[in-house]
Write a protein of this length. Sequence first.
Length: 520
Amino acid sequence: MKPTLMATAAAVIALGATNAMAQSITPQHVDETARAAIEAFDIPGMAITVVTGDDIVFMHGYGVRDVRDPDTPVDTDTLLPFASISKAFTTTLIAMLVDEDKLDWDTPVREFIPEFEMSDPYITAEFSVRDLVTHRSGLPLGAGDLLVFPDAEPDVSDILAALRNIPPETSFRSEYAYDNLLYVIAGEVVSRIEGKPWAEVMEERIFTPLSMDSCEALPGAAAEAGNTVTQHSRAPGQSEAEPIDPRYILGDNTSPAGGISCSISDLSTWAQFWLNEGVAPSGERLISEDQAEELWTGVTPQNVSPLLEQLSRTHFSLYGLGWTLRDFNGQLLVGHSGGLLGASSYFGILPEEDLAVFVTSNVATYGSTALALQLLGDASAPEADSDWIGTLHGVYQRMQETAVNDSGSGERQDVPVEPVRDLVAYTGSYVDPWYGPVSIENRDGRLFIDMSRSEVLDAFLVPVAPDRFVARWPDRSLNADAYVDFVADEGRVTGMTMVPVSETTDFSFDFEDLQFTKQP
């Protein structure tokens, strides 16, 4: 059913919900909690909606779209990117095709993409569409993400070429390890079946029937829209949020993994679509009950974080088809988080309470997750009085302190040492099987690394130990400095490996998976 909206004096859109539990989450409580999260995490701009299957309990935008212009308020029609929450949109498209008998979840990927290949022939033959979307490939965490982050824009062919050269870290289907590249391939499956780009299918099959008119499937289109946010970040230790380098906006080709942007108004519709088990506001069923249940069926076991154990009595967590499913204060919580360079979001559904919360923001912090889980916790166990905002803010602060020290600007300063060999021994071209070439140059008596695929991952190298250097990338907001370790055999440099300096570096900077060989 299509909700009717009524503006309050504070321009907050709110309707009384019929569900008793939802009524305990009053507009005033949501507004006060949202403002507490914004203050704690210093969020420039944020949008939130709380809905039931029939009503909008609360919907509002806070702050500004761009810190450089105070006259750019975030409103309920402002476009915000929500990163990996996009994955459920991609799996919903696949579910529609399954309903139409165009494929099955367990159909091998090679039936649709003959050139798809993993590093092992058996895995290649067995790899199914379900394997593309359940993070059980056996590849390492964030496998191949340096093809995408921070500023690379690979073609699908580049990703297919890389996948066959990324060695597994665990056996096939044995463990959970989050990835993005395989969701790009899932989008390519949709494209090849339908004979048109994934973004066009998204528009035709989801945005149009749900009247989600603000939504943009491609990050490039969202960035050019009039009422859209600027993504912001902070370097470790920096207090003011600053706009990100525009090159960090996710490339259009990788959008099936995390590139959709929508207004919070349209995300209210998306949330109600799921509370109504796949039925659009018009009454049209877009996916069958069987497929709605399939998408919310757990496949890959995940570790449960100590915070979930402590604050929501969570005992299990499973990844389904684009969704995470876990027990949360004795109830089922279906949801997903999303994070990009300069944006963060969280979408959580309590089906038994007919309640959903969607939060998006234009800065990369734990603020969106903290606010959403706070409200979901207040709804499912108000007596528990769990402090998600305070606890996650404490975690975030400790991570920032660690990041500052690891950045070389805190207590742990770089202490340059004399290289153990002449710099010319290190210079040359190095090639990794999946990433490709990287060059090491001698520039005025200092080593310089050029990561080739990225325009921003270029830096002078500081020698800090025998055959070990550190790359401090010029953009300090990336928090992704890397050690560069050269490998020598019989006195000759033959290769190079890399590893993040800080444990707080985002996993998508997967330097540790690189194994470079020096070219003759």
